[in-house]
Design a protein around this ligand. Structure first.
Ligand SMILES: Cc1nn(C)cc1-c1nc2c(-c3cnn(Cc4ccccc4)c3)c(Cl)cnc2[nH]1
Length: 287
């Protein structure tokens, strides 16, 4: 609501609440309808005490500050927010087809065709170009944070981890490391390029059915990311391998695809200019 007087503030009574759309660690998301306009939206409800206990109240404030000012077809709108003594309510655009990861997992072999993937990656590139032009780094780009709207458009959501660029992480990482670049998992200074790395992991997952550095244990994922230990299956085209390598800054590779499926190469041989191949060095410390 525009204007600043008390009467212009949203309240729960302005909405009819529908079915739950999703359940998260700090609250749930419900389908809702604004009573006077009948606009359909997603209402994210979080408990203040939970946010405070987890020390992330500042993250929610930053999420609101950032997302309410963003306007792009591939970025989920946040129309506004309100709160009461116990809860914070975020008024979000409703994405009719839900979460991308569920659509991805429902595909044969949990992967999209390269054609389908190209369309999605192009939309994410458009969104990231916009976000980075506003000096916003998302920092948590993964299939779980991407929604699909009625017209098939992707919508980047959940800006709870977003920050203004450049930045240094001050909050402990939690959840999957799969999509994070070496500089973030090693606690170094970083800039918006972290989102480009995550886009490379997403692109890999779209066409392969699992993220680039997936491993049974987090410690193994950490090592694979730090060493940029990526392996490409035989069924990928050279074009998509080239795109993923460029997104993950893997330069001058040659013969990285084995004749067997899922080659067990422990490292990628960079075909540097020198006559003998140079192994990618394990990620050096950032100091
Ligand atoms: C699920 C689902 N199925 N279908 C058919 C549509 C949807 C849908 N979900 C959304 C959602 C939505 C729901 N959950 N989540 C993840 C979540 C849950 C709890 C806390 C934080 C984040 C997002 C939104 Cl925001 C916005 N629009 C949504 N649309």
């Amino acid at each position: 609501k525009e204007g600043g007087s008390k009467k212009d503030l949203w309240a729960l009574d302005n909405f009819e609440i529908g079915r739950p759309l999703g359940r998260g660690k700090f609250g749930n998301v419900y389908l809702a309808r604004e009573k006077s306009s009948h606009v359909i939206l997603a209402l994210k409800v979080m408990f203040k005490v939970e946010l405070s206990r987890a020390g992330i109240s500042h993250q929610v404030q930053r999420e609101v500050e950032i997302q309410t000012h963003l306007r792009h077809p591939n970025v989920l709108r946040m129309y506004g927010y309100f709160h009461c003594d116990k809860r914070v309510y975020l008024l979000l655009e409703y994405a009719r087809h839900g979460e991308l990861y569920k659509v991805l997992r429902s595909q044969p072999n949990s992967r999209f065709t390269e054609y389908h993937s190209a369309n999605y990656i192009a939309q994410l590139v458009s969104a990231l170009k916009y976000l980075h032009s506003k000096k916003v780094i998302h920092r948590d780009l993964k299939p779980e944070n991407i929604l699909i709207a009625a017209n098939g458009q992707l919508k980047i959501a959940d800006f709870g981890w977003s920050v203004w660029s450049p930045n240094e992480r001050r909050t402990t990482l939690c959840g999957t490391l799969d999509y994070l670049p070496p500089e973030m998992i090693e606690g170094c200074k970083y800039d918006e390029k972290v989102d480009i790395w995550s886009l490379g992991v997403l692109c890999y997952e779209f066409v392969c059915g699992k993220p680039s550095f997936e491993a049974a244990k987090k410690s193994e994922t950490f090592k694979r990311i730090a060493r940029v230990d990526i392996r490409f299956p035989q069924f990928l085209t050279d074009e998509v391998i080239d795109l993923i390598c460029k997104l993950q800054e893997i330069l001058n590779l040659s013969n990285i695809r084995s004749t067997e499926r899922w080659p067990e190469r422990l490292n990628i041989i960079a075909s540097a200019k020198e006559s003998t191949p140079v192994f990618l060095q394990p990620w050096g410390s950032c100091i």
